[in-house]
Design a protein around this ligand. Structure first.
Ligand code: SAH
Ligand code: SF4
Ligand code: F3S
Length: 464
């Protein structure tokens, strides 16, 4: 494990300088399409940062781009299908202008069978690479400009971290900060460990410097990213913990929030819960993926915790911060999930009363152990369970949102609502949406609002 060497990064900087010289004065544009989770959003900001360094202007119009990049996701079949349809759509750009460069990267192309598919069936794609080769984009673009052979990078699991890449942040007040990459957990349904390699943590000083810099620039909402942030630091020399990191961030002056994405229950320590609930920056929201309320299913998922342990964490968190907004992830229709197993999930949801849940229908992923399990659940049952889960959760969410009415809360203004001129969308520190009416634009600022009304998916309030 380690970091990409200075020599290797310098090599990429040389490519950047060469491309700059080649495209100087030609007003070339680049378009990056992002699918998937925040980790991919963060990666795309780096792709865009590098493209800008090369001299490209970032555009949001794909039809005017000279470079088209698709940053793909492989978490569920639907994500891959979307990626393939977008890549398919790009074919006609290449047909009308053979100088256009098309690259595909991210989790989908980190799988060998998808890489082969791009190579053999998508002849207009110039190059693909996996998540570990992000920093080599300049080299791939340089070769494509010079009409070198099409290139399909096989170095899927480069277990290294590249520091110092330019980041083209998409927001002026919300930022992603990756604190670690990869995953060691191998939940049996999940593709992530295969496409993002083993866990590796960034040095605490690098993370702290990035957060300090963001706060100085006025960022208000910072999400610390990692597939399991609770195992942060285990691979570093001084073995700092996620609690140490939160405590250090707490000391940074400024008015800002911190979110953690994501915490694995098996590694949730008392020390971490203490740090989270002590700091006003972190205590508003906690996302703790449950996946299933049945111990048998959890065991087959290789989650390595029981519902009893999970509930103890929730209890401890609520004891420390009764107001904490709790969210979770649930998978329905995991192989072998019986009606009883599913009812246990429903019971647990009712017991915990999450503010919101992200529910997913189990999707078979090639190469994962769950894909080989015999008792796959029919699509019909999966959908029935999914609908039932949503219905139960909607009732809980409605009830929980009603409890907010009359309260005064601090929100961060996200921007104008698409449908209504004077309506702004804002968010609480617990990530609850609050719509407000305002003549003035407070986008990117904290304001206080009084909640006047609530429904299942949103709150409504007025600025005070
Ligand atoms: N590392 C994070 C999750 C990343 S993926 C964690 O462990 O919490 C986000 C969510 O997608 C997971 O929590 C899980 O609920 C869901 N998911 C992952 N693989 C899936 C699959 N094969 N089918 C359906 N949902 C899946
Ligand atoms: Fe996937 Fe499990 Fe790793 Fe999360 S912890 S990324 S669900 S393998
Ligand atoms: Fe994220 Fe999708 Fe990859 S959820 S880690 S972009 S498989």
């Amino acid at each position: 494990m380690g970091f990409v060497s200075i020599e290797k990064l310098n090599k990429q900087n040389e490519y950047i300088a060469e491309i700059r010289a080649l495209i100087k004065g030609l007003s070339k544009k680049a378009f990056v399409f992002t699918l998937g989770c925040q980790q991919n959003e963060a990666d795309s900001e780096k792709l865009m940062g590098m493209l800008k360094s090369m001299g490209y202007t970032i555009t949001d119009k794909e039809n005017e781009a000279d470079v088209l990049i698709v940053n793909t996701c492989a978490i569920r079949e639907h994500a891959e299908r979307r990626a393939l349809s977008i890549i398919g759509r790009f074919k006609h750009y290449k047909n009308s202008n053979p100088d256009i460069i098309i690259g595909v990267c991210g989790c989908m192309t980190a799988q060998e069978h998808r890489m082969e598919q791009m190579k053999n069936s998508y002849h207009y794609v110039d190059f693909t690479f996996g998540t570990g080769a992000l920093h080599r984009l300049p080299e791939f673009i340089y070769n494509a400009i010079n009409k070198s052979k099409r290139y399909f990078d096989k170095d899927i699991e480069i277990p290294e971290i590249a520091e110092g890449i330019n980041i083209n942040r998409q927001s002026k007040y919300k930022a992603w900060v990756s604190i670690m990459y990869g995953c060691n957990n191998f939940c049996t349904y999940c593709i992530v460990p295969y496409v993002r390699g083993r866990e590796r943590s960034r040095k605490m000083e690098d993370v702290l410097n990035e957060v300090r810099d963001l706060v100085k620039k006025g960022y208000k909402d910072i999400t610390l990213l990692g597939q399991n942030v609770n195992s942060y630091g285990k691979d570093l020399e001084k073995r700092p913990t996620i609690a140490d990191l939160i405590n250090e961030i707490h000391k940074i002056d400024g008015d800002f929030w911190i979110h953690l994405m994501t915490s694995h229950p098996k590694d949730a320590s008392e020390e971490m819960l203490e740090a989270v609930s002590k700091s006003p920056r972190t205590k508003g929201h906690f996302h703790l993926p449950l996946q299933s309320g049945s111990d048998e299913v959890l065991c087959r998922m290789n989650r390595r915790y029981t519902t009893e342990k999970y509930l103890k964490i929730i209890e401890s968190l609520r004891e420390k911060t009764p107001e904490v907004v709790l969210t979770t992830d649930i998978i329905v229709g995991f192989p072998g999930e019986t009606d009883e197993d599913f009812e246990k999930t429903i019971d647990l949801i009712k017991k915990v009363k999450y503010d919101s849940i992200f529910s997913f229908i189990y999707s078979r992923r090639k190469g994962t152990p769950a894909d080989k399990m015999k008792e796959q659940i029919s699509e019909e049952i999966k959908h029935e369970r999914y609908d039932r889960l949503c219905q139960v959760q909607n009732e809980i969410a409605y009830e929980k949102n009603q409890m907010m009415v009359g309260k005064i809360v601090k929100v961060l203004v996200d921007g104008k609502s698409k449908n209504n001129e004077n309506v702004y969308t804002t968010r609480t520190d617990g990530n609850k949406i609050v719509h407000i009416e305002s003549d003035k634009d407070y986008t990117g600022q904290f304001i206080n609002v009084k909640i006047t009304r609530a429904d299942t998916f949103a709150l409504y309030g007025e600025k005070i």
